[in-house]
Design a protein around this ligand. Structure first.
Ligand SMILES: Nc1ncnc2c1ncn2[C@@H]1O[C@H](COP(=O)(O)OP(=O)(O)O)[C@@H](O)[C@H]1O
Ligand SMILES: [Mg+2]
Length: 232
């Protein structure tokens, strides 16, 4: 499912955060959106999944126009968000989270637990008993059980120890290789490059440039102007 975002303007109250963002993510590819804190990354994924109504622009999944549709309609069209900060419920067990998210389709609870075996051991634990890495696995599991065609992940490695961040990156890369269309939001180029085919650099609510992963690996300084605080 090709996700296209064209000239999207979005914000909160009187303030505009996104000033004409455009992206295209062909089916089965992974695009990372890389930008520093406050660049508008979360605003972008929230706008794509219908949590914020764009002021202008188009968002389409294989030609189906989604801009301005409510979040439940966007979810039903096949877009799932793994939100920044995981957002698991403190008082629900892992098993309860999975049961609540489950919709009929190719992602079953056993398949999700096979991908994320750590959750198998934690089925009876509540959200507030999980480590950051386990909560992140749960957030991914929950999204997969909604049977997405496109998975949006908002800084999934944020705050995780290096080994757990590696594990999360490996899972996302495996999902992308399996044919899922992925939009990964990141602040750190190494996380983006572990997963993405292409990287869009977001600065001040606009896509400054887009590069292949190979281009960025060959010339890491390409990200300097969007990531360094000093340039602002
Ligand atoms: N709920 C909100 N209400 C008003 N302004 C917001 C809200 N959320 C974010 N912003 C502002 O929008 C800008 C972009 O934020 P955000 O999309 O969260 O950036 P990022 O995810 O790249 O760190 C920031 O200036 C932030 O202060
Ligand atoms: Mg954010």
């Amino acid at each position: 499912m090709t996700l296209t975002v064209e000239d999207v303007h979005s914000g909160y109250g009187g303030g505009t955060v996104l000033h004409g963002v455009g992206l295209a993510i062909p089916t089965g590819t992974a695009l990372a959106v890389l930008g520093r804190n406050g660049a508008g990354k979360t605003t972008l994924v929230h706008t794509i999944c219908g949590l914020i109504k764009p002021r202008a622009g188009r968002i389409a999944l294989d030609g189906l126009e989604l801009a301005g549709r409510p979040a439940h309609r966007v979810a039903r069209a096949g877009i799932a968000l793994v939100p920044q900060g995981r957002r698991v419920f403190a008082s629900l067990t892992v098993a309860e989270h999975l049961a609540l998210s489950r919709r009929r389709g190719e992602w079953t609870v056993p398949r999700v637990l096979q991908l994320l075996p750590r959750l198998q051991e934690r089925l009876r634990n509540r959200g507030n008993q999980l480590s950051g890495g386990e909560a992140q696995m749960l957030a991914i599991a929950r999204a997969l059980l909604t049977q997405p065609k496109v998975l949006l992940l908002d800084e999934p490695c944020e705050g995780l120890a290096v080994d757990l961040a590696d594990r999360v990156r490996a899972v996302v890369a495996e999902l992308a290789r399996g044919g899922l269309t992925v939009l990964l939001v990141e602040q750190q180029p190494e996380h983006a490059l572990a997963v993405a085919d292409r990287v869009a650099l977001l600065a001040d609510g606009m896509v400054a440039s887009t590069h292949t992963a190979a281009q960025l690996r060959a010339d890491p300084s390409l990200t300097d102007h969007v990531l360094s605080v000093a340039s602002h």
